[in-house]
Design a protein around this ligand. Structure first.
Ligand code: MV4
Length: 490
């Protein structure tokens, strides 16, 4: 492959092109009207305009993208994440045009795109699953019987859903009928597929996912886990690798289970297997994401492996050049997602121009972004403007680096979630490692944050006073300040 087209925009398009260039591969960008001067367009060797701003008329139009690849002589297409990355039909069309799709085969995308098909596919592979049914269910009487057997609370999920869409918790038999009817009609209108199924509801889970990598010669390895429990309404906020709670034994069992999931669908390339971990550290398979994920950098930092480079090599038909035994976790990595949203206004999208945009720099800091000072944040696409990633010998070191990197990241003109990221990194529950998917709901509100700021100001004032008194050679008065950071409020 001498030339590849990147069917994406923003930070991920740039990140993919950087690796391609490093490998001596030419790059082709595609862009919509509003992205004409975007960094991914400037960086690429060539760029093709594919339409107006709305992604339904540009980044999602398969034929325009394939035509752009043909016109420029690109031999491969990398879809990035989002847009067409998990569209089996696109993978199929690319392949049929004699262009290499840098990702899994259409079959794997399709099987894993449906939760019931995924359960079916992994059935014979000894994968732990949450107790529940593995078939679509529409008969309420049968559902009542199954729910009674599983025990309440139960969770109704849409087979075609993803990222938490179309889920409903039912805590008693009396509400099952109504909730099921709603779930079915919601799934029908949202996904065009009304199939729903039932699982035991795991109340306080951690969300842990395993990065896998498979070549076309039957070799599959796992690149350990990412802890993604800190999320808000199914949008991840902070990710890290390794997880603070996995023992080497659970890590190995989970990693090997993830490899079997990949084998179950003849997976090729980089993929992610999601698990829930309950309070007793039992893990259960949730779903597999058949793309390069937003949070892949934390896995790269702890393993020293460039995942995009591996994707390209695998797509060229090369064998993996390392085995599971060669892979070791080194150090700790943390990522925060920087969204153009105002955490003080319930994460309302914040639009405007980046009047100031100064990046933090230093050892152990990686910033994957797609913006420059003076640019406007377009309203048409994902509001994530950057990923700030830090690496340290230990978890504490990575957290401290993150806090100082946030302090040295100056963005003006729009509100961002940087302050929220700092809040998480300074929170006792996060620092201790004792948190689950309810972290944000439990610990974040504007009021709690304001009180924290007040406490911070008082501490700063006390330190200043201390220094002043020291310099005056006087004795410091007793510390009467108590922490104002409240916990456990929802
Ligand atoms: C669950 C669950 C509890 N019990 N399944 C949410 C997204 C989708 N991938 C699966 N999800 C969940 N499935 C059972 N049986 C709780 C969640 C869940 C969740 C999972 C991962 C990360 C964040 C989450 C937030 C709320 C609920």
């Amino acid at each position: 492959m001498r030339k590849i087209l990147v069917a994406n925009r923003g930070e991920i398009a740039l990140r993919i092109m950087r690796t391609a260039r490093k490998m001596g591969i030419q790059t082709v960008a595609v862009y919509s009207d509003v992205d004409r001067h975007a960094p991914h367009v400037k960086f690429a060797d060539e760029a093709v305009h594919i339409g107006p701003a709305p992604s339904s008329e540009s980044y999602l139009v398969m034929d325009k993208i394939i035509q752009a690849a043909k016109d420029t002589g690109a031999e491969g297409i990398h879809p990035g994440y989002g847009f067409l990355s998990e569209n089996g039909e696109f993978a199929q069309k690319v392949t049929r045009s004699d262009i290499t799709f840098i990702g899994p085969r259409p079959h794997a995308i399709e099987v894993m795109g449906n939760k019931l098909a995924a359960k079916e596919a992994v059935k014979a592979y000894d994968i732990p699953m949450v107790p529940g049914v593995d078939k679509a269910i529409s008969d309420v009487t049968l559902a009542q019987k199954i729910a009674d057997e599983i025990g309440y609370p139960i969770l109704i999920k849409a087979a075609a859903g993803g990222g938490g869409k179309g889920m409903r918790i039912v805590d008693q038999s009396a509400s099952l009928k109504e909730q099921m009817e709603r779930a079915i009609s919601e799934a029908q209108s949202a996904f065009g597929d009304g199939s729903v199924f039932i699982e035991k509801y795991v109340g306080s889970p951690r969300h842990i996912e395993i990065q896998v990598l498979a070549d076309t010669h039957g070799n599959v390895v796992y690149l350990f886990e990412r802890e993604c429990s800190v999320q808000r309404r199914h949008q991840k906020v902070v990710e890290e690798a390794p997880s603070a709670v996995l023992t080497p034994e659970i890590r190995k069992n989970m990693g090997e289970a993830a490899v079997r999931v990949a084998e179950a669908c003849d997976y090729v390339g980089a993929g992610t297997v999601e698990f829930l971990l309950d309070e007793n550290k039992n893990f259960y398979f949730l779903e597999m994401n058949t793309r390069l994920q937003v949070e892949h950098p934390v896995s790269e930092l702890i393993t020293g492996i460039d995942l995009v480079e591996q994707q390209i090599k695998v797509a060229r038909g090369e064998k993996l050049s390392f085995t599971q035994e060669d892979l070791k976790i080194q150090g700790h990595a943390l990522e925060i997602r920087v969204y153009a949203e105002d955490p003080m206004e319930d994460f309302l999208p914040s639009i405007g121009t980046l009047s100031t945009y100064k990046r933090p720099e230093g050892e152990g800091i990686r910033l994957d972004d797609g913006f420059e000072e003076g640019m406007e944040v377009p309203i048409y696409y994902d509001p994530m403007i950057a990923k700030l990633i830090t690496y340290g010998a230990s978890r504490d070191e990575a957290i401290q680096k993150m806090i100082s990197a946030i302090d040295n990241y100056h963005i003006e003109g729009i509100e961002t979630t940087l302050s929220f990221g700092k809040y998480v990194c300074q929170h006792p529950a996060f620092i201790s490692g004792d948190f689950d998917t309810h972290f944000v709901k439990k610990y974040w509100s504007k009021e709690i944050y304001d009180e924290g700021l007040k406490a911070e100001k008082q501490i700063a004032a006390r330190i200043a006073l201390h220094h002043y008194l020291e310099s005056q050679k006087k004795v410091v008065v007793a510390n009467t300040l108590e922490s104002n950071w409240k916990t456990n409020r929802s």
